[in-house]
Write a protein that binds this ligand. Structure first.
Ligand SMILES: NC(=O)c1ccc[n+]([C@@H]2O[C@H](COP(=O)([O-])OP(=O)(O)OC[C@H]3O[C@@H](n4cnc5c(N)ncnc54)[C@H](OP(=O)(O)O)[C@@H]3O)[C@@H](O)[C@H]2O)c1
Length: 236
């Protein structure tokens, strides 16, 4: 197994799963680059962790600026050993309005590809690194109120499948991990019927472990692998 340094870059570190991942890495002694669309959203982490935490404003909806901004941030950090591609959105769209569909696809599809671009080229150039991207169990099945969310997460998972194969040819030591969480207790989770809701801390612990172990796929918490298998079989 490759010897990893201890510098991470968490895209979308101000809230929920990304914030919990950043906190756990910081507590374990990592230097962590944090991003948000607003610097003030990162203020609590910055004041708590001092020099160990560095911040940059990144809006993945501006894909071109996000690609370049993330590449520059990774260089400023002196190289990134663990990339956490976490920024994402999810909106309950009860009347299939256009704006929530457009927004979800802009962030979760084009924005996700922009984050991936920065991570892949950085890791290939160094010949090392771990990349973890956050999909969802929603990738398994469409939902009437979140069609674009399920579709965008199917994109994330299949995209990472191809990216992993590309990266393996160029830099065999670089790993690409696709994580599919179930319901996690964060501001994004709005379903009344949610069950088996796990804390962001539990999700973060399992995501970090999967990424550092270089796993290809992980359901978080693990038992969601069972639900994912059932979702594929259940009639619509
Ligand atoms: N919660 C769940 O049940 C669940 C389940 C499966 C998968 N997920 C996935 O887990 C990831 C994290 O979600 P969460 O539940 O932790 O949600 P959250 O608490 O709403 O956090 C979302 C994070 O993404 C950032 N972000 C949102 N839009 C962005 C944009 N356009 N550009 C840059 N950053 C942006 C936010 O930062 P700012 O607002 O500060 O910019 C925030 O840090 C998402 O990809 C989500 O789809 C969540």
């Amino acid at each position: 197994m490759q010897q990893l340094g201890k510098t991470a870059l968490v895209v979308g570190a101000s809230s929920g799963i990304g914030k919990a991942i950043a906190e756990q890495l910081l507590a374990a002694g990592w230097t962590v680059g944090l991003t948000s669309r607003k610097l003030e959203n990162l203020a609590p982490l910055l004041s708590k962790w001092g020099q160990q935490a560095r911040a940059k404003v990144i809006d993945v909806d501006d894909a071109e600026a996000a690609r370049m901004g993330l590449r520059a941030f990774a260089d400023d950090l002196g190289g990134v050993d663990l990339w956490v591609l976490n920024a994402g959105t999810g909106i309950l769209n009860r009347d299939f309005s256009w704006e929530p569909e457009r927004q979800t696809i802009a962030t979760n599809v084009l924005g996700f590809a922009a984050m991936t671009d920065a991570a892949v080229h950085h890791c290939i150039a160094r010949g090392a690194g771990r990349i973890v991207g956050i999909s969802s169990v929603a990738k398994k099945r469409g939902h009437p109120l979140t069609a674009s969310y399920s579709g965008s997460k199917a994109f994330v998972s299949l995209y990472l499948d191809g990216v992993r194969q590309f990266v393996r040819r160029k830099a065999p030591k670089v790993s690409v991990t696709e994580v599919a969480p179930g319901y996690i207790d964060t501001p994004l989770q709005q379903f009344d019927e949610a069950f088996w809701v796990a804390s962001a801390d539990t999700a973060a612990r399992q995501i970090i472990a999967a990424a550092l172990a270089g796993r290809k796929h992980a359901y978080v918490p693990r038992r969601w692998g069972l639900i994912a298998a059932l979702l594929s079989l259940m009639p619509r």
